[in-house]
Design a protein around this ligand. Structure first.
Ligand SMILES: [Mn+2]
Length: 316
């Protein structure tokens, strides 16, 4: 067995207290990675790890296995300390949110991630940017280490893959499909898992559809811009993927932008493109991301940000 896995096993075996976190405002992969690892530790080491999160877990994820085991960081005792801290799907240090104080206090930090990060936080890193989801990284390590897994772990790992690939739409390598095939053979029920995620509140779907209905079109219909203003933002409960997805289905639309007025003078900008790279536009607004899916948070008035976005697309 390789040295890294030996060290992983040794650290878990000898830890008195273990906590696990993903990035702030967990998405499916972040939450399911943490819960899958918690269950793996329980099954193989007979230890309880605490899953800690910051921000809001969307209702969409309320029915994933073991969801009720995730603790909001503010609900933990003031003096809580964990000697082993495990980070999953966290991105970079700035996305740790309320978990950062525990990470800084820990004696040893292990990470499982698939994001590109120049300044890793972990002392022991299982990172692989070729993986489509952090749960896939965990699955790989679990297989190499010959850890026992059960139905919860199989379901959680599959859910991380389903959510991070947008139901397999963003698959870039056959490896993720081979992993998914193996998980199906081990008992993952795709229809059941996708249905678990169909759990949004009515108000969220209504605000998303109202936002689509009020979208504006520019550049002869090639650019669609939708906006969620402050009073409606709380009803959104998530990132508004439905808005981006629906507008992107319209014939002739090449670029979709969703402006989210999170607070006064704080506008979240999500940008999607059919094929032309738009990450430079996100970078010009102070953000970043992938070629066809990127975003930024711009600290300015709603109208100013909207004008900046329209100008950024000039010449595209
Ligand atoms: Mn992820």
């Amino acid at each position: 067995m390789n040295e890294k896995i030996k060290l992983l096993i040794d650290k878990i075996k000898n830890a008195k207290s273990i906590a696990i976190s993903g990035h702030k405002n967990p998405d499916g992969d972040s939450l399911c990675s943490a819960l899958a690892l918690m269950k793996i530790i329980e099954l193989n080491f007979n230890k309880t790890a605490t899953v800690i999160y910051d921000g809001n877990i969307p209702k969409e994820l309320d029915r994933v296995p073991l969801r009720d085991q995730a603790c909001f960081h503010m609900h933990l005792p003031e003096d809580a300390k964990y000697d082993l801290y495990i980070l999953v799907d966290y991105g970079t240090r700035m996305h740790l949110g309320g978990a950062e104080r525990f990470v800084n206090d820990a004696d040893f930090v292990i990470e499982f991630d698939h994001h590109f990060n120049e300044e890793v936080v972990g002392d022991l890193c299982f990172d692989d940017t070729d993986k489509a989801a952090a749960t896939q990284v965990i699955y790989d390590v679990a297989k190499t280490a010959k850890f026992d897994i059960d139905q919860d772990v199989i379901d959680l790992i599959t859910l991380g893959i389903i959510t991070d690939t947008g139901n397999f739409k963003f698959v870039r390598s056959g490896m993720v499909l081979r992993d998914a095939a193996e998980l199906v053979d081990k008992g993952a029920d795709m229809l059941h898992l996708v249905n678990l995620l169909n759990n949004k509140s009515r108000k969220t779907v209504l605000v998303e559809s109202e936002t689509v209905a009020k979208a504006e079109f520019f550049m002869h219909g090639r650019l669609a811009i939708a906006a969620i203003r402050q009073p409606d933002y709380k009803r959104l409960d998530g990132r508004g993927e439905l808005v981006l997805g629906l507008l992107g289905q319209i014939h002739g639309v090449e670029f979709v932008v969703l402006l989210k007025e999170q607070k006064e003078n704080q506008i979240g900008v999500s940008i999607r493109s059919r094929h032309t790279p738009i990450n430079q536009i996100a970078e010009s607004l102070g953000g970043g991301g992938h070629m066809c899916a990127a975003g930024a948070v711009v600290y300015d008035s709603f109208e100013t940000v909207k004008t900046k976005v329209i100008n950024a697309f000039k010449g595209m």
